[in-house]
Design a protein around this ligand. Structure first.
Ligand SMILES: [Zn+2]
Length: 390
């Protein structure tokens, strides 16, 4: 290559890079990625998540959604495990925010009803959402998903006993559904732990599609005509796991077999809108809830292959905004809030910030669908009677 050709080549490449970055944020994104040691993977990350540097839905502050909110995915009825250990280490006996504080906080934020449940995990299975919801009328509870944990530990008898208890609770209307069932929950911390000082390590929690306990849980949701919330990560790129097609086939099978179930794929099914749309079109009894990404690099890296709906600003990715407008009768909001996430003074406003952000993001959608997603759809799906709950 001659000198002038080389010179021309560099200018051409420079211009190409310049024009392929439509937003100033794209620069910040690659700066952070490089600082964190992902320099060689910036474009791969960007392409796959389609968030930073891709079309997003702008919101005007005047359009912020001001209506009522139902939050279908709380985990705030108890502080557990890590939080207790953390407090003990710090010599404190009280967390910055406790379960009872959530009552006032949700009310003051216009979250008129919350559904609290045990998250997928395999240790510390003592949380009691039912007891909490019986005390507080703005909260409802889901029945325990921990048959997964027991099966994971090989305690099959315990798993069956727990499902007997779930059936009793459904019959007595102590809970309004089952969840959050961790069908496939991977250790996502390993995607970023070398690059962060976060000490929280997630656990792999998994159950086979053919598990008899899982079938029984689905059958209970069919018999009692209640929602069952499923957490299924179809991919874990670090380990080259890609179960997208198997997951879609399984969804098609279970939605036909358990016709009266309302199957809720939490966190937008954790795959692309086209896959979730396919599942919705095949299965009229399937729904989804979305959570939003907090503006942190760890969060981005954990979820980059799980297609979370918003970028770091946070704004809806345009492809998800369009999706919400197409399926407002199937989509709900589930913040996935844990007390653990608000344990420090610096993070005690996390839930307030989430609600502020989601009101801004929802305000970017067409007017007709906003209240549907945030209020009307969850009321229908969970058959909430808010008059008796307020
Ligand atoms: Zn989850």
């Amino acid at each position: 290559m001659s000198l002038s050709k080389k010179y021309f080549y560099h200018i051409a490449v420079g211009l190409f890079i310049f024009y392929s970055m439509p937003y100033a944020e794209a620069d910040i994104f690659s700066d952070i990625a490089e600082k964190k040691g992902f320099g060689d993977r910036v474009e791969e990350l960007r392409n796959f998540s389609q968030l930073e540097g891709y079309p997003k839905r702008e919101t005007n502050i005047n359009d912020k959604y001001k209506g009522p909110i139902v939050d279908v995915l709380h985990h705030t009825h108890a502080y557990w495990g890590q939080l207790r250990k953390h407090l003990r280490r710090k010599g404190r006996d009280k967390p910055t925010i406790n379960s009872e504080d959530m009552i006032e906080m949700t009310k003051s934020l216009g979250v008129v009803h919350s559904i609290t449940s045990e998250p997928p995990r395999i240790k510390g299975l003592y949380g009691d959402p039912i007891g909490f919801a019986q005390k507080h009328r703005t909260f409802s509870a889901l029945c325990s998903p921990h048959f997964v944990a027991y099966e994971h530990q090989g305690r099959m008898k315990r798993a069956r006993q727990l499902l007997n208890q779930v059936e009793k609770n459904l019959r007595n209307k102590n809970c309004i559904g089952i969840g959050e069932v961790g069908v496939k929950h991977f250790n996502k911390s390993e995607k970023h732990y070398e690059f962060s000082n976060s000490t929280h390590v997630q656990k792999n929690v998994e159950i086979s599609f053919e598990s008899l306990n899982l079938k029984r849980a689905l059958q209970l949701s069919h018999i009692y005509k209640v929602p069952i919330l499923l957490h299924l990560e179809p991919r874990h790129t670090l380990h080259r796991i890609d179960n997208v097609e198997q997951a879609k086939d399984w969804y098609k099978r279970i939605c036909q077999k358990y016709r009266n179930s309302k199957i809720v794929l939490v966190h937008n099914g954790m795959f692309e809108p086209k896959h979730l749309g396919y599942v919705f079109d095949q299965c009229l009894n399937m729904y989804s809830s979305f959570k939003i990404m907090r503006p942190s690099w760890n969060y981005y890296w954990k979820f980059h292959d799980l297609h979370i709906v918003n970028n770091m600003e946070p704004k809806f990715a345009e492809r998800w905004a369009k999706f919400m407008e197409k399926y407002p009768d199937r989509m709900m909001f589930g913040s996935n809030i844990f007390l653990r996430k608000m344990r420090k003074r610096r993070t005690q406003n996390t839930y307030r910030e989430i609600i502020h952000s989601v009101r801004m993001m929802i305000g970017s959608l067409s007017k007709e669908v906003q209240k549907q997603i945030m209020y009307e759809t969850p009321i229908k799906v969970f058959r909430l009677n808010l008059k008796t709950h307020q």
